[in-house]
Each structure stands twice: as structure tokens, then as C-alpha cells.
Write a protein of this length. Sequence first.
Length: 76
Amino acid sequence: MEAAFFVMAIMGCGDAAAACATARIEPAHYATVQQCQAAMPDVLARNNDLDFPVVSAACQRNGAQMVERGLGKSKG
């Protein structure tokens, strides 16, 4: 099973940060969301060539994810 990691999506947005869409994905992978967020200022500085009024970034989980499944009482 593949481990989960975080990637940074570079978002291009309209005026007032509306109607955002992913413009590109940063190639680096981060082990935690905190590492991803800490890298954001440098990544945004490198991605200043996008033709949008507002450019932002978002950390997104990528890879396999485990979901805990609880056993509930059956009704009957």
C-alpha cells in the first residue's frame, strides 16, 4: 500500500480570490501538512508567472488513505 503524503496545488483565481482553479501541482511531496504549509511562501514566489489576478496555494492529501470504520449497534 502506498503511503499518504501532501502535495501543493497552485491555484489561479479571479478578482477577490473568486473562481479559483488548479493551475499546476508542485512536484515536491511533503510528509505532513505542516511541512507543506511551511514551504508555501517559497513555492508561491517561484510560481509568479501565472496570468491570474490572484495566485494562491493549497496543501492537499495525496496517496492512499485509511478510513476507520466503526461498528454501530444494529437496529432491530
